[in-house]
Design a protein around this ligand. Structure first.
Ligand code: CU
Length: 381
């Protein structure tokens, strides 16, 4: 089992210690921090207690080894460098039973490389920092541990196709059963709501408003009867981004569209053509990859006059055919991407946890309109 590890020791006196796959260490001054990755590895979609030990290399006992350092105040920040704009998580850190041992109450929304930064302050000592990069595997297929939050539909009954329905939602903390009311903003919004028919022929991206009681509402007009997925892309304060899933039944006339999962890497929306491809040529399983969106007008000329929407040049929503895997991605900021956008090209980080068919929706803003272009790709084993 291979984990790629990079160690960032931020304090000037910090030295990178030899990497050990399971228990990477970092050195800062006289201190050594050893991260203990669980035997089976780290998985997305479940709460994990990642333990680490803070040791004082100047107190090295022959038998017991380096002395553990108790009472260290620790601030942890978890980010995903490849997913710019994703809210950082500030997980709780607690002391374990053994002096010098601590635990980070972590949660990773999806697989990929994450950076764990620790700021450590020992009594009467200056703060020092260490950082680790860990590889998180995609959510276990079989039902793993419960997610810390759940998306609930408040009075989901009575939705009729073709009529505006006042969709009311709330995010509940599974442990405390309390409604979450404090959120971090991501991409200019506290709540990104993605809606799709179960066959992903119909898709909507909306932004509900929160009431003081923590419920969120948005009027939605569902196009036809059937079942619909609802995805909330939210970041409870300090907890990082979470994509939670629920579904709703709608009554009324049957859909006029036919369900199709035909592979299609080109699409269009109101005169704008789009094509999607993978930088590496194929779509790897359970690895971060770069997806390239190219947009042209009806004459084939690249469209370079898109403008940012919700703080990003574009948005890419990737759904697995069963609707259980979702990635919401944005092009990284920076000159290179800004130059490419002017040439009608956007590059997104993407990840496909398992082989199969995926529906992708690309969204971007141009001349006051939000364009949505659908694609269907196949990820081979
Ligand atoms: Cu949004």
């Amino acid at each position: 089992m291979l984990y790629r590890l990079m160690l960032f020791a931020l304090a000037s006196s910090a030295l990178a210690a030899p990497a050990n796959a399971q228990n990477p260490t970092a050195k800062a001054g006289k201190y050594v921090v050893e991260l203990r990755i669980p035997e089976e590895g780290l998985f997305a979609g479940e709460e994990i207690d990642i333990e680490f030990r803070v040791m004082d290399s100047t107190k090295n006992d022959e038998i017991l080894g380096m002395a553990g350092v108790p009472n260290v105040k620790v601030e942890a920040v978890i980010t995903m460098p490849s997913m710019e704009g994703m809210p950082e998580a500030k997980p709780k850190v607690h002391a374990e039973g053994v002096p010098g041992d601590y635990g980070i109450e972590s949660f990773f929304p999806h697989g990929g490389d994450y950076k764990i930064e620790l700021a450590l302050t020992s009594p009467n000592e200056p703060t020092f920092k260490v950082a680790f990069t860990v590889d998180v595997k995609d959510e276990k297929p079989a039902k793993g541990k419960p997610k810390p939050y759940v998306l609930q539909i408040v009075d989901g009954k009575g939705a009729k196709a073709g009529q505006p329905f006042n969709l009311k939602l709330r995010i509940q903390d599974v442990k405390s059963k309390l409604t979450v009311k404090a959120f971090d903003m991501a991409h200019e919004m506290y709540f990104h709501l993605l809606l799709a028919s179960k066959d992903f022929q119909w898709f909507l991206h909306e932004h509900p408003k929160m009431a003081p009681d923590g419920t969120w509402t948005v009027p939605i007009t569902f196009p036809a009867s059937g079942e619909y997925f609802l995805y909330s892309d939210v970041a409870p304060a300090g907890k990082g981004s979470q994509i939670l899933i629920a579904s709703i039944k709608v009554d009324g006339p049957k859909p006029s569209w036919t369900t199709s999962w035909k592979i299609g890497t080109s699409g269009q929306d109101r005169g704008i053509q789009g094509s999607i491809s993978s930088f590496g040529g194929d779509y790897p399983v359970a690895k971060m990859t770069t997806l390239v969106l190219k947009i042209t007008d009806s004459t084939g000329k690249p469209v370079g006059d898109t403008v940012p929407w919700l703080g990003a040049a574009g948005h890419l929503m990737i759904f697995s055919q069963d609707g259980h895997t979702v990635v919401h991605s944005h092009p990284a900021h920076g000159e290179e991407n800004a130059r490419l956008v002017k040439q009608g090209e956007m590059r997104f980080s993407g990840r496909f946890p398992k082989p199969g068919i995926y529906r992708i929706f690309a969204q971007f803003q141009r001349q006051g309109k939000i364009h949505t272009i659908p694609f269907t790709i196949e990820v081979k084993p």
